[in-house]
Design a protein around this ligand. Structure first.
Ligand code: TRH
Length: 380
């Protein structure tokens, strides 16, 4: 890829949780590190940012982090030059004064709407299509995705090699886990649990507690903790809490930085993830996983769930695919998943193989940052 002497602006409004900032921060860093671009990341909520990147100064209007110029998106917009490429993440509305400046440029910028991730097949047809126009500036849809013909997934250069090396290195994993205060028993299966509130959790924990194999469940602090506490019969759970019920050890982890979270996923035998970014990172971990999809109005998320499952389970035997479907659908509907978990466990080697094969297949596609840069090169 040639080095481009261009400036990129990425705009992020934090709607809720951490996915919006998680995706844009990852993208901004990658554009700087791998494509030597000058990137400004405009974020309206630096507190959410601080959770995944503790170096963030929440009071700074402007700061540099890992080569990215981070700007607090002010409520009162100040006059500023428009960049060569402008990315509005997840259809966020740009400041009107900035759009005017975009339109006043001699050569209008490439203006992209970086959309939400979906495995649905219509995405391929919409990727790269024109969206709205502001004066002379045309906005274009840019869709991440799993299928050829989409913008692909965020994946840093060398990520999969790094992940495999780490997974082969028992000592490195032990050290990493110990750094988080995790002492894994040699025969215990390690599971990470990052999810929204879920009424189906108790049935899963019942089954894990009664299981023949010990389970060490790692729960980063967040929305599911209330359900975990209820099941344990405790009032609340603080970071660092460890509770044992029969074969199940539950441990509450602090919210850790993004790259540490990756390593945590790589250590675990099974990862429950949610939203968009952790969902993709669990796929790069190459281990069986469970997705708590972000709920949307009129249940449109259910189509997304079906579309992803159809792709992800296509290489499985009908019985294993049925088990995965049952588990994922029940989890996203907040229904009990104890029986579905036991069914999935019967196909474990197949699910492990499938997770790695899926990761390999997805790893063959251009990553999202490279696809964006290529899109720009084609556009000019
Ligand atoms: O937090 P999420 O649920 O985020 C989103 C938002 O709700 C968003 O509005 C919605 O559009 C989207 O989901 C679908 O889940 P997600 O996307 O997985 O983002 C979590 C981020 O937090 C991700 O970048 C990983 C990171 N993370 C850490 O850095 N450390 C941690 O300890 C954990 C658990 C996560």
């Amino acid at each position: 890829m040639p080095s481009l002497n261009t400036r990129w602006d990425i705009f992020c409004t934090v709607v809720d949780n951490y996915g919006d900032i998680g995706v844009t921060w990852r993208l901004a860093r990658q554009l700087v590190a791998e494509h030597s671009l000058a990137v400004r990341l405009w974020v309206d909520d630096l507190r959410a940012f601080e959770r995944i990147c503790p170096e963030i100064d929440i009071n700074a209007a402007q700061q540099w982090q890992q080569g990215v110029e981070v700007r607090h998106w002010p409520s009162e917009w100040l006059p500023i030059d428009a960049a060569d490429v402008v990315i509005a993440a997840f259809a966020c509305q740009l400041p009107s004064a900035y759009m005017d400046v975009m339109a006043e440029r001699e050569k209008p910028p490439l203006w992209l709407n970086l959309d939400y991730l979906s495995a649905e097949d219509w995405v391929t047809g919409c990727h790269g299509l024109p969206s709205v126009k502001y004066k002379s500036v045309q906005k274009i849809f840019f869709f991440p995705g799993f299928r050829p013909g989409t913008g692909g997934l965020l994946r840093e250069r060398g990520l999969l090699e790094q992940r495999r090396k780490f997974q082969r290195d028992a000592q490195a994993q032990r050290q990493f886990l110990q750094g988080l205060g995790i002492e894994r028993a040699p025969d215990a299966q390690l599971i990470s649990l990052f999810a929204y509130e879920n009424a189906g959790l108790a049935s899963w924990l019942d089954v894990l507690a009664a299981g023949a194999t010990p389970t060490h469940l790692l729960v980063p602090e967040g929305r599911i903790l209330g359900d975990v506490a209820r099941w344990l019969g405790v009032e609340s759970l603080a970071v660092g809490a460890i509770d044992v019920r029969q074969a199940l050890t539950v441990q509450v982890l602090p919210f850790i930085r993004q790259d540490q979270y990756d390593h945590l996923l790589w250590c675990c035998d099974f990862n429950a993830v949610r939203g968009e970014d952790s969902f993709v990172r669990a796929q790069w971990a190459g281990r069986p996983m469970l997705w708590h999809i972000y709920q949307q109005d009129e249940d449109i998320h259910l189509d997304k769930l079906d579309a992803f499952l159809a792709l992800y389970t296509k290489g499985l035997s009908p019985a294993a695919a049925h088990a995965m479907n049952g588990l994922w659908q029940a989890w996203s509907a907040g229904q009990p998943i104890g029986d579905q978990w036991l069914s999935a466990r019967k196909h474990w080697p197949e699910l492990q193989e499938n997770a790695e094969a899926w990761c390999l297949e997805q790893g063959l596609q251009a990553d999202l940052a490279a696809a964006l840069v290529q899109f720009y090169l084609n556009w000019i």
